[in-house]
Design a protein around this ligand. Structure first.
Ligand code: AR6
Length: 169
């Protein structure tokens, strides 16, 4: 049984086996969660991201996929980087957003992670409407068979927290 928990706060302050990063396909950093994780986690994360670009992901990590690195100085063993889709009003990209959660949990299982902290992927710079993103995220986690004991959504503000809480009711 996987328990879903909600926390309001900064994902870089979480203690978990794995912390998920809302990355972009370059894997080389950015703003939002990505910037915060690299800042607090330190250069070891970027170093491993660069190595992944050079070895497995020359063209970048595709949208909806996930890959793990060290968590550097974070209170976690791994960072799982996933690339959410940019919101589109004309194209349904829900499956790609669900895939971020599924693929991250698959990597977590491969690593043996039992607690995984997720941000609300795609709801910042990538502009996905929060209520819809929360619905997709919670459904994707519920529909995924995983050995992870706790999936913790770490929501940055009250609005995001309420959107996720509504899905768990
Ligand atoms: N802890 C938890 N949640 C946070 C934090 C934090 N420290 N900081 C922001 N959020 P975003 P995206 C929330 O933009 O939409 C980057 O430049 C934020 O309020 O981080 O998937 C990447 O490099 C929002 O609800 O990710 C990509 O280019 C949610 O986390 C691009 O942004 C996600 O916002 C990815 O965009």
């Amino acid at each position: 049984m996987t328990t879903i928990t909600l926390v309001r706060g900064d994902i870089t302050r979480q203690s978990a086996d794995a912390v998920v990063n809302a990355a972009n396909s370059s894997l080389l950093g950015g703003g939002g969660v990505d910037g915060a994780i690299h800042r607090r986690g330190g250069p070891a994360i970027l170093e491993e991201c660069r190595a992944l670009r050079a070895s497995r992901y020359g063209k970048g990590l595709p949208t909806g996929q996930a890959v793990a690195t060290t968590a550097g100085a974070l209170d976690a063993r791994w960072v799982i980087h996933t690339v959410g889709p940019v919101w589109s009003a004309t194209e349904d990209r829900s499956e790609l957003l669900a895939s971020c959660y599924r693929e991250s949990l698959k990597i977590a299982d491969e690593l043996g992670a039992r607690t995984v902290a997720f941000p609300a992927v795609s709801t910042g710079v990538y502009r996905w409407p929060m209520d819809d993103a929360a619905r997709i995220a919670v459904a994707a986690v519920r529909d995924t068979a995983t050995a992870v004991d706790e999936v913790r959504f770490v929501l940055f503000d009250e609005r995001a927290y309420e959107a996720f809480a509504a899905q768990l009711d």
